[in-house]
Design a protein around this ligand. Structure first.
Ligand code: PLP
Length: 369
């Protein structure tokens, strides 16, 4: 027998667990990881090249440890798009919002502490909790995937978690959480502990509603987490950020690795932020395509969860994995998130969405034949 993980002295809570792993299969149409289907526009590619060339001249030096220029531009972006003034001292950036979440859990979670999320939701909240030694509590949702507020308040009062995750729009279900619900959860979390409430807004640019950024004023235990992986079409860049009270930004600096954001990352993100208007133009196209997917799936007789994101949850299937396979056999990769009866499709280009719709139409036809 070959030597494996279990033969190593790994931490007990990691034994028998699987790493995060959305399949990266080589198929014609990949609609499974909620990426933006549009490659960056050529003028932006040029600008990135220029900025990276300049940064390369200084790679003998460590990068700006506090990424001040980048955080300033991110604060300007938030101020402009969320209609609420945000200063550089309220913004922090890291390698993807996953790293932001990890830093938050290293700061406010950890051994002997717990975090709660309302599932199904973004699985990395639980996985990063485990990785940082934070106990994970799976909170409830209603049948229709909205947060069951009474049950959530009860769970918070009972478990008194140190960190509460609220994902809006939620992944994988797509629905947004009403601001009143977030406020009620915040109040419940403060009454119970007080604890940090992390609002994960990875998909907020695709939403019909507004960002909850304005809620951070006067609520020092509220954090809004964001990413350039989705709306900015820059998943390969690895750039996430948060907005919160400046004390939160000071606190996460206690755990960040020195020089965690490379000069190349900072230069690339700055170039992308110069092209915000073009990139947000793609978001409008994707929102229209998302709405088309919802309408056409419903017309085909599928159940669809209301979507404020760049993906759509559809069902119901007796055996969702078998349907996932049938769609894959037709050259389209969607996501089986393990939500019984449901699958998730990311909005692609119009041609990719047509390929997906043809595949599910064909499966319906096969079933009724
Ligand atoms: C809800 C949510 N938060 C965070 C992330 C992670 O994004 P990033 O690429 O910034 O690490 C994702 C990625 O799919 C997500 O769905």
């Amino acid at each position: 027998m070959s030597f494996g993980i279990d033969d190593l002295p790994v931490r007990d809570e990691l034994r028998g667990k699987s790493p995060y792993g959305a399949p990266q299969l080589d198929v014609p149409v990949r609609l499974n990881t909620n990426e933006n289907p549009y490659p960056l526009p050529e003028p932006l590619v040029e600008r990135i090249t220029e900025r990276v060339r300049e940064a390369a001249r200084h790679l003998n030096r460590y990068p700006d440890r506090d990424a001040v220029e980048l955080r300033t531009r991110l604060a300007e972006y938030l101020t402009k798009t969320a209609g609420h003034p945000v200063g550089v001292e309220s913004v922090w950036a890291a390698n993807g919002s996953n790293e932001v979440i990890q830093q938050l859990l290293q700061t406010f979670g950890g051994p002997g502490r717990t975090a709660i999320g309302f599932e199904p939701s973004y699985s990395m909240h639980g996985l990063i909790s485990r990785g940082t030694g934070t106990g994970w509590i799976s909170g409830p949702r209603n049948e229709d995937f909205t947060i069951d507020l009474a049950a959530a308040e009860k769970a918070i009062a009972e478990h008194r978690p140190d960190v509460v995750f609220v994902t809006t729009p939620n992944n994988p279900t797509g629905n947004a959480v009403p601001p009143e619900t977030v406020l009620a959860l915040y109040e419940a979390a403060q009454a119970a502990k007080p604890s940090m409430v992390v609002v994960d807004e990875a998909y907020i640019e695709f939403s019909h509603g507004d960002s909850l950024l304005r809620l951070i004023d006067g609520r020092p235990n509220l954090v809004v987490s964001r990413t350039m992986s989705k709306a900015f079409g820059a998943a390969g860049l690895r750039l996430g950020y948060l907005a919160a009270h400046p004390a939160v930004v000071d606190a996460v600096q206690l755990v960040r690795l020195p020089y965690h954001l490379s000069a190349i990352t900072q230069a690339t993100a700055l170039a992308a932020l110069e092209h915000t208007d073009t990139l947000l133009g793609y978001v409008e196209q994707l929102k229209a395509e998302r709405d088309r997917l919802v309408a056409e799936l419903r017309a085909l007789g599928y159940e669809v969860t209301e979507s404020d994101a760049n993906f759509v949850q559809f069902g119901r299937f007796e055996d969702s994995h078998a349907t996932w396979r049938k769609i894959l056999d037709r050259g389209v990769l969607v996501r089986d998130n393990g939500v019984p009866g449901w699958l998730r499709v990311t909005t692609g280009t119009p041609a990719e969405n047509d390929a997906f719709l043809d595949a599910v139409r064909d499966i319906k036809k096969e079933q009724s034949a």
